[in-house]
Design a binder for this molecule. Structure first.
Ligand SMILES: Nc1ncnc2c1ncn2[C@@H]1O[C@H](COP(=O)(O)OP(=O)(O)O)[C@@H](O)[C@H]1O
Length: 322
């Protein structure tokens, strides 16, 4: 009983820390990528450099934590870390890049589908097994969130819709990459169960390495240097963005290593829903009928999921398909 309670407390603690860190992170991300700089209303387009800064800060953060505690040797195959790092950073680069064509709310709605690819690819490639009802609960949560957050957009000029298409394709790519990352993490978790620190360190080590090559070969790093020299205020946002991202990611890896990538993606997606719900309620806006229905569906899905995992399968236990 004590054990079960402490598992629940850890879940709630990780989830609320993710909520808190990514709430600030999200605002800074929007500020950096959607902001207009200088008299010419310039845009920040150095996505690779942005993600590289994030990965390097994550790496340093994980390294400091690794040095502070004694750890058993991590026996995870390097290929797993390399491939999860590659898909993880492609996922981040494409979703950040999509923001150049589509607005932030559209990106958030698109990425709200994340638990679906994480679940499907986790089963197909990650050798994970879920009972049928789990698919239903996840589907309910995602449908409710999309219904709640979706905004009708009027497309005006053709050029803009073309931009939207590029943005949507990038979102699709990003979702696929998130699913692949989850699948590899599922395998890592079931084969070698490394600590969250070790997963964070290795994933960010490989992604920093790959991205460093990327920014040098593309020459983006020079463009980035010119941009931050010209608009030094970007550095303040970047520092906050990278620090909240690193702290948030630590809790993400705690979540992944104990409860798995699917639980993690449900938490990060639900966080976005609660952010929008809170802002609607906070600013005294009225919910549309569609949003009411969406919110009810989300809460039903979450409640069923919680009730089910309580009565049937404690989240810490994993089902390994041999
Ligand atoms: N399974 C995961 N493994 C590693 N990092 C993750 C994982 N899930 C999320 N993250 C990190 O958390 C950040 C925020 O994730 P999330 O809130 O789902 O938003 P999004 O994927 O739309 O950026 C990601 O950009 C990534 O850095």
């Amino acid at each position: 009983m004590i054990n079960k309670n402490s598992t629940e407390i850890r879940f709630i603690f990780f989830a609320s820390s993710i909520f808190f860190c990514y709430f600030i992170y999200g605002m800074l991300q929007e500020k950096i990528t959607r902001g207009k700089y200088g008299e010419n209303n310039e845009k920040f387009t150095c996505t690779l450099s942005l993600v590289l800064v994030q990965c390097i800060v994550n790496l340093i953060f994980a390294q400091i934590l690794m040095l502070s505690w004694k750890h058993e040797k991590d026996s995870t195959r390097k290929l797993y870390y390399f491939s999860s790092a590659l898909t993880y950073l492609l996922g981040m680069v494409s979703s950040n890049m999509a923001l150049q064509w589509i607005n932030y709310p559209t990106q958030v709605v698109g990425k709200a589908a994340k638990p679906i690819p994480v679940m499907v690819l986790g089963v197909l490639l990650g050798r994970k097994v879920y009972p049928i009802r789990k698919y239903f609960f996840v589907f309910l949560i995602v449908t409710g969130i999309v219904l709640f957050m979706y905004k009708d957009q009027t497309k005006t000029v053709t050029e803009e819709s073309q931009g939207m298409l590029i943005g949507e394709l990038l979102l699709f790519l990003s979702l696929t990459m998130d699913g692949l990352t989850g699948a590899v993490q599922e395998r890592i978790k079931s084969e070698s169960s490394p600590t969250a620190y070790s997963m964070m360190l290795n994933t960010n080590w490989w992604s920093s390495l790959i991205l460093s090559v990327g920014v040098l070969v593309s020459g983006e790093v020079f463009k980035f240097a010119v941009f931050v020299t010209q608009y030094p205020e970007t550095l303040i946002y970047l520092t906050g963005f990278a620090l909240t991202g690193a702290l948030g990611q630590l809790f993400i890896f705690f979540m992944v290593s104990e409860f798995g990538p699917l639980a993690c993606s449900v938490v990060t997606t639900t966080r976005k829903f609660f952010t929008v719900l809170a802002s609607v309620l906070f600013f005294g806006n009225v919910l549309l009928v569609r949003q009411w229905i969406g919110a009810i569906i989300v809460f039903t899905g979450l409640l069923l999921d919680i009730l089910y995992s309580k009565s049937r399968a404690p989240p810490a236990k994993r089902v390994v398909n041999k």
